[in-house]
Structure formats: structure tokens, C-alpha cells
Design a protein around this ligand. Sequence first.
Ligand code: HEC
Length: 140
Amino acid sequence: MPATPETLVEGRNHLADHCATCHANNGAGETEIGRNLYPKAPDMRQTETQSLSDGELYYIIRNGIRMTGMPAWGNPELGDSDSDSWTLVLFIRHLPHLTAADEMEMEEFNPKSNAEREEEQQEENFLNGNTNKEGASHEH
Ligand code: HEC
């Protein structure tokens, strides 16, 4: 699969959604879960990961790593044509060149709790001047 702006964005959003809890958006592995697993999530921008072949990365993503926190992803029936996993391989290659803009857009795709979503909604209501909406007004 060729690295195009489209396939990279696909891989980027997928990583933000499924992998960043452990690996972080920038691939450094510096998240609460990532750094506390044993073995911990590696910094995927470094040579150890970048020197793996595309096929090896693909295999790891699809099969996970036995006896570690790295889960197996993707539908086993897809064989070599799991396009979600190939876009992830492309994006892992791109990690050393990540921009601040990339990282900001990824935050939109990071999993959120209901509480975080509600807080965002309240802030939005407040900014839009809808201060009478439930939960957004503060009368003491
Ligand atoms: C629950 C935590 C967790 C999640 C979620 C997770 N990983 Fe991992 N991943 C790990 C850990 C821990 C390792 C290191 C295992 C080891 O040391 O052998 C790892 C290793 C890897 C490696 C091998 C890197 C290397 O240098 O050997 C790749 C590639 C990888 N993960 C990609 C992904 C992708 C892509 C996703 C999302 C689809 C993902 N991971 C989701 C925990 C996670």
C-alpha cells in the first residue's frame, strides 16, 4: 500500500483511536498504561521498531505479542489484505516525522469517557452563551 496523504491520515486516526492508550499519539509509549506494562510499550520512533520490516510490523499488529500487553488486532480472515493494519504500518513509519498539527488532530480521535464528553459539551454551551442549559449555570 502506498503512503499517500489519505492513507497516512487513515492510519493516524486509527492509531489515535486504538493504540494511543498505550503507545501515545507520538508513539513514544509515555502513557500511564504504556509505561507501566511489563515489558513496557517501546518508543516506536526509535531504531528498534523502525528497523523491523513492513511485514514484521504487519504481523505484530495482527497477531499481537505473546505474554505482553500488546493485543492482536484485525480480522484473522483478512490474511495479507487487512488494509487497516497496512495503514498503521505506514503511519508507524511516519512517526519520526510527526508534526504538532498531526498530534492536535489525533486528540480528536483519542477515546473519551462520557464525563469528558459532557464537560466539553458544557464548555461549548458556555462559549455559545447558552448558560441556562442544565449544568452550565453557576448560581451560588
Ligand atoms: C494495551 C496496551 C497496548 C495497545 C492498546 C497496543 N499496544 Fe502495541 N505494544 C504494547 C506493548 C506492551 C508492546 C511491547 C511488547 C514487547 O516488549 O514485546 C507493544 C509492541 C508493539 C509493536 C512492536 C514494536 C517493537 O519495537 O517491537 C508494534 C509495532 C505495536 N505494538 C503496534 C501497535 C498498534 C499499531 C496498536 C493499535 C492497533 C497497538 N500496538 C496497541 C502495548 C499495546
